[in-house]
Structures are given as C-alpha cells and as structure tokens.
Design a protein around this ligand. Structure first.
Ligand code: BYC
Length: 472
C-alpha cells in the first residue's frame, strides 16, 4: 500500500484517488487547525519541538524524530496493513468475511462507538492545554507536546472513518467533535473523565497512566472489530498509545523515587517541607484518577456491550486466545450491591463484556503499581501504594450513587463525607501540589518533586534541548 507522505494530508489510504473524500477532509483540515490554535497547547506553538512523526506503518521504524513546530506537524491518516482473508472472530457473525463497508443494520451502533472514541482525543488535548507553562523539565514538556500532537492524529484517524464511511452524518459528527469542549457546562465531552480538569503535572501523569490505559484496552477491543477499517486504524493507534502510558507510568515512578530520596533526607519524614510530594497525597491522586478511569468501561452489566459483541463490532482483548468466541453459554460471577451489602450474581457473559475488559485493565494497572512499590521497597520505605477496590468513588454502573471505601466496604453517607479528604485529594492537597508547579525550562535541570528520567528520548541525553525556547 503506497504512502502519500508529501500530500497536504499524509496518508496510506490512497486519498488522492478519492476526490470527494479528499475534498471533504481538506475542508475539515482548516477547522481542525483553528481548533488546535484555540484549544491546543497554550504557548510553544512557534517553538521547535523534538517530535516523533508517523511516516510509515511498518513495524520496523515508523517513527521519525525531528524538530517540528506543532502547527506544522504532519497529522496523517495511517491504517495498519490489511490482513488477507480476515474473518469476523466472534459473536453472531463469526467466520463471515470482515466488512469493508459499514453494514447497514449496525450503522448507528458503529457510529456511536467511533464518535465516543473520537471525542476523547480532542478532549484530552483541551484538558492538558495549560500544563506547558509549569513543566518540571524540557524533557517532560516535550513528552506532553508529543502526547498532544498524537491525540490530534488519533482524532484525524477517527474523522477519516466518519468522513469515508458515514456520508453526511459522518461529516456532521466530525464538525461536532470540534465544537464540544472539555468541562463545558453546555457542550461537554461525552465521557466523564474527559471533563475533569488536569491542572497540575501529578494529574497529568495519573491521567496518562490510568486514563490512557483505558484507551489501550478500548482500542484493543476495537482492533478485534469486524468492521475492518476500524480494526486497522486502531491497531496503528495502539503503537502511539504505548508511549503515552510510558509517560504516565515512568512519570509516577520518578515522583516515587524522588519522594523516597527526600524521605531519607527529611528529619521527621516530612517530604513536603523539602518540596516533594508525600506518599499519602500520591495515594489520593491514584484513588481519584483510577476510579474515574474505571467508569470509562461503562456499566458492569450492559446490554449495549452485549450488542457490540453479538454484532461483531467490539470484541475482547486478544479474542483469538479465548476458547469460546460466541460467549452464548458462558457466565460471569459478579459481586452486586443489594440492600446495603454485596451479593453474588451470575450474569450472562455477553452482558458482562465491559467487566471482562475492566478485569484486564485492572490487572495491567496492578503491574504498574507493583513496579512503584518495588522502588519504595528498594529505598527501604515501609509504605505500599495500592489500587482502591472497584466500587470506590464510582459514577457509572452498579456502584454509582453508593458509598464505598477504598477497601471495598460499603459505608454510610456520614462516614463517606467524614473521610472523603482521607481518600481523595482535598482542597489543601490540590493547593499544595499546585504550589510545587514551578516551571523549569533549563535543559538538564528538573523540578524539586520529581527525579530525572533514567534515559532520554530516542537515545538523546536528558540535557538535550527537547524544546527550543527561542523561536527562530
Ligand atoms: N461517562 O451500557 P453502558 C482514549 C454511557 S479512552 C459518561 O453502561 P456502554 C483516550 C454510555 O455511553 C477510550 N457516560 O456502557 C484516553 C451509554 O450512553 P448512551 C475511549 C458514560 O454503552 C486518553 C450509557 O452510559 N474509547 O482513547 O457499554 C487520552 C450506558 O452505558 C460513561 C471508548 O470509550 C462514562 N464514563 O459504554 C485520549 C470506546 N460510561 O449511549 C484518548 C468506545 C458509559 O446510552 N466506547 N457511559 O447514551 C465504548 O465502547 C462504550 O461506549 C463505553 C461503554 C466503553 C463507553
């Protein structure tokens, strides 16, 4: 499949052969750039940033590193290579050839999935737009901007599907994606976590750890889709998503490292007085962002999820490794709140698909938390970070509206209100974290509350000038 890299819209979908689609996307492009200028990263638009750009979809070396000014980033449309004779791998249409066009009877469901996925991409850019001004180092600033331009590219990926396969309503949805705004009371983004402010870098690292990881699992489920263009698009997006989670997981690991170093220096263990983030505060931020991200998987028992699976539009992670691709007989044992306590309930497997995906997500997060705890252990600190139980602080699903402690106990409203500041970041915690957010723009230097990375980007050293601050 040929790469059209020098085109106004770089792509590997032969855009130049489809005049109508090409024109439609060229019309959307200025609206995207206007949105980027208005809602993309504040400042740094005129600076050279050491960015990775996708130039090929081959496993070996699609990433090209160079200095780029963000508005000139080559946002393109790249789909993973097609798999020959691919068939639908699960659900009622199992074994049929995959769809290259939208199946009429599933059009609305499919559009809803794509629009929901698409909406998260510009939302995250909006949430993070002010962070550059308080970056802890040039290395971190570069990573933030890399994440932002790639979320912009993911929006392009979804808008391509809307324009190419959904006609006029696709074009309208693509416009609407640029009109909603994260956190706006009248036109909010679709999913909860994408309306929460990200005003400090601790939240940014938590978001890239926990919320981007929801992205990974949703994309893995969509990569199984019987709608082949969606599968191929998401497969390529996953390669970019991996870096975002790396930023989050190593970012928190570096904070944990710094806190452990400061704890050894602090007389009475008060790391805050030395400009560090104490582990209790870190735990509260974990509790907040993890619970918000758990909500992104939808209800535990969901007829929507059952329908997505039955139709073959959205599968499970690594569907090939499952023994039963129909999931008609299987069941899922769930703990369901009832009359103030948790009771066991057996749910038909198809209705539990959101929970099945959430299971894989929880396990993956635990692996990350274990790594942070290893850092603490090696430093001889007797504190263990943990993930709260699934019912904690939920707004969506069976636990919405209930009061559940981090250890999973259902508690009274009174206890919840009394102990909320113990479990979630309090106003004072947020003020403290904000007070640490002083920018560091000197190459090779770093803020007080985080350790430098163990290595730089693309084999460059930490003190590399990842962002050239003087516009040329
Ligand atoms: N907030 O049957 P239910 C990413 C809605 S992140 C608000 O329980 P269902 C990224 C739901 O839409 C990945 N509303 O669940 C990360 C439905 O509304 P409608 C994004 C919510 O339908 C970082 C209703 O509640 N991709 O890529 O199975 C940076 C009942 O729903 C929420 C996707 O999500 C919520 N948290 O929905 C950048 C993949 N949860 O339709 C990017 C596409 C549920 O009745 N989306 N609702 O009005 C989906 O597969 C599904 O829509 C959901 C679960 C996973 C969201």
């Amino acid at each position: 499949m040929s790469m059209e890299l020098s085109e106004k819209i770089p792509n590997n979908v032969n855009l130049s052969n489809d005049k109508r689609l090409h024109r439609a996307l060229e019309q959307w492009q200025p609206s995207f750039l206007d949105w980027w200028k208005e809602m993309g990263p504040e400042r740094f638009q005129a600076n050279d940033v050491y960015l990775r750009t996708a130039i090929s979809v081959d496993a070996a070396g699609w990433a090209h590193f160079d200095y780029v000014r963000m508005p000139e980033y080559r946002w393109g449309i790249f789909l993973a290579q097609p798999e020959a004779d691919r068939t639908i791998g699960f659900g009622d249409n199992m074994g049929q050839p995959v769809w290259q066009e939208v199946p009429g009877e599933h059009r609305n469901l499919l559009r809803r999935l794509i629009v929901t996925q698409a909406d998260t991409e510009p939302a995250s850019v909006e949430q993070q737009r002010r962070l550059g001004a308080t970056c802890p180092s040039l290395y971190d600033l570069r990573n933030l901007l890399q994440v932002n331009v790639e979320e912009g590219r993911h929006l392009w990926a979804m808008v391509y599907l809307l324009h190419a396969y959904f006609g006029r309503d696709g074009r309208e949805e693509a416009e609407a994606l640029l009109a909603r705004r994260s956190g706006d009371a009248d036109r909010p983004r679709i999913l909860g976590a994408f309306n929460a402010p990200i005003d400090d870098w601790l939240s940014f690292f938590m978001f890239t750890m926990f919320t981007d990881r929801d992205g990974k699992y949703q994309l893995l489920a969509l990569a199984e889709s019987g709608f082949d263009p969606l599968s191929r698009t998401t497969r390529f997006m996953l390669t970019e998503e991996a870096h975002h989670m790396f930023v989050g997981e190593t970012g928190i690991r570096r904070i944990v490292q710094r806190t452990a170093d400061l704890a050894r220096q602090a007389k009475d263990g008060d790391v805050r007085s030395l400009g560090g983030i104490d582990l209790e505060t870190l735990q509260k931020y974990i509790n907040y962002w993890y619970s918000l991200s758990l909500d992104l998987f939808g209800g535990e028992i969901s007829s929507n999820a059952a329908e997505y699976f039955a139709t073959g539009l959205k599968g499970r992670v690594n569907e090939k490794k499952q023994a039963d691709h129909l999931a008609l007989e299987g069941t899922y044992d769930m703990q369901v709140p009832e009359g103030g306590r948790l009771v066991g309930q057996v749910v038909p497997l198809r209705n539990a698909m959101n929970e099945v995906l959430r299971d894989a997500y929880v396990e993956d997060n635990q692996r990350g938390v274990d790594i942070w705890n290893k850092t603490l252990q090696e430093a001889g600190i007797g504190f263990t970070l943990s993930l709260p139980k699934r019912g904690f602080n939920r707004r969506i699903g069976l636990y919405a509206g209930l009061h559940c402690a981090p250890d999973g106990r259902l508690v009274s409203r009174e206890e919840w209100e009394r102990r909320q500041d113990e479990w979630l970041p309090s106003e004072k915690d947020r003020e403290f974290v904000t007070s640490l957010m002083q920018p560091v723009f000197e190459p090779g230097t770093i803020a007080s509350w985080i350790a430098p990375p163990s290595k730089g980007i693309n084999n460059q050293p930490f003190d590399y000038e990842y962002v050239r601050l003087d516009p040329k």
